[in-house]
Design a protein around this ligand. Structure first.
Ligand code: TRP
Length: 381
């Protein structure tokens, strides 16, 4: 029934999203093609042969739109390059090939990457991935690139040392300590507060950043407020309000974890920016509920929610009530590099998760949404 290829499916979505943000679609589609490599030509009807954790249904690509106070929205592709016969080792080679090609073509700065990559790129990667990529597309500009390393690549228990060494090499050891002091609940480092992504910008303009992500399992809004206090000038009440508005309550968020990220620069001895990512798909019944919550938050920040609706129509034709997970995360960015709200969209190349029923007996109180199980058959991301 479905002879469309993975590349065909994703490039249709990408073209429409490019139009929405005013970015050139032909080069963007070329980058997608290069990222997917031979895997792109596989028909959607074939099961994915690598359980990519980029998205719940194993599509190795996720799109996001960053709404910014000071300009056009920015489109980003998060993706995992896969080997022709995917395995931890062949995927790493595919990632390197993609980076080499782009570094040549766009004259990327690989300096920071080369300083730390040996820590994270072991042949027998543990955990979920070796390297992920982000391609940043905006109107009138060359694309930008980021890489994400996996701090748990040598095992969860080694993640704190790996990150400490990487940040030491990058001259950011003091910021890391500040982050640990605030961001981690006592005794929970590499337990319920896990170091999940280590991200680098591949350019050397003044705003080049290093970002570190912490996943807070079973956390409440108050925990991320504390975590964000590592950064000067963050309004905790604003963060808690975002958490509640998107997540549907103050927590605890016992399904997919809240994730926080810290932005580091060499000039400061503490992190200079904080973002909170709420995995909204675990805390709603269906995508209509997710859309309504995110639209309300966008409006509160002065963004026109028609941008959200246009993005939704760019990625899917299905009814929002017919599934859950299309809107995967919503994030609030505070401080540097630029404040705003970002919305993450699943490509749903392989599957749509069924909605959680909204029906409740007329007299019963509404269900505690946080306790509803995660969609279908994947274990926690
Ligand atoms: N799918 C994974 C997760 O939900 C990884 C991921 C994709 C992610 N996009 C993200 C994590 C945005 C945090 C924020 O954890």
């Amino acid at each position: 029934m479905c002879s469309l290829s993975l590349f065909g499916h994703l490039s249709n979505q990408l073209e429409r999203l490019c139009e929405l943000v005013g970015a050139d679609s032909a080069p963007a589609v070329g980058l997608l093609d290069n990222l997917l490599g031979p895997v792109g030509s596989r028909p959607l009807s074939e099961r994915p042969d690598w359980p990519s954790n980029v998205a719940d249904d194993n599509t190795p690509v996720e799109f996001s739109i960053a709404f910014n106070a000071d300009g056009h929205p920015i489109l980003r592709i998060l993706g995992e390059a896969l080997g022709p016969q995917p395995s931890a080792a062949t995927n790493l080679s595919a990632a390197r090939r993609f980076l080499d090609t782009q570094a040549d073509h766009f004259d990327l700065s690989m300096y920071r990457f080369n300083l730390v990559q040996d820590l994270f790129t072991t042949e027998n990667v543990r955990g979920e991935f070796g390297i992920w990529h982000s391609i940043v597309l905006q109107k009138g500009r060359q694309p930008d690139f980021k890489v994400y390393f996996n701090p748990e690549a040598r095992g969860v228990d080694r993640s704190p040392d790996l990150v400490a060494e990487a940040l030491r090499r990058l001259g950011l050891a003091r910021s890391y300590q500040t982050m640990l002091d605030h961001g981690v609940r006592p005794g929970e480092l590499a337990r319920r507060d896990r170091l999940t992504f280590f991200a680098l910008d591949l350019h050397d303009r003044a705003q080049a950043r290093v970002k570190l992500y912490l996943s807070h399992h079973g956390a409440e809004a108050q925990h991320v407020v504390r975590a964000a206090s590592a950064v000067d000038g963050i309004d905790g009440a604003e963060l808690a309000e975002f958490c509640q508005a998107v997540g549907g309550g103050p927590g605890p968020f016992d399904d997919r974890p809240l994730v926080g990220s810290y932005t580091f620069t060499e000039e400061a001895d503490r992190p200079v920016g904080y973002s909170l990512y709420v995995p909204i798909r675990s805390y709603v019944h269906d995508d209509e509920e997710a859309r309504d919550r995110v639209a309300a938050v966008l409006e509160r920040y002065g963004f026109d929610s028609t941008g959200l609706d246009r993005a939704v129509s760019a990625v899917t034709r299905r009814r929002l009530r017919a599934g859950v997970g299309l809107i995967a995360h919503a994030s609030l960015r505070l401080g540097l590099p630029r404040p705003g709200v970002t919305v993450y969209f699943s490509a749903e190349a392989y599957r749509t998760y069924p909605p959680r029923p909204r029906l409740v007996p007329a007299s019963a109180p509404p269900p505690a949404i946080q306790r509803i199980g995660r969609p279908a058959d994947r274990s926690a991301a």
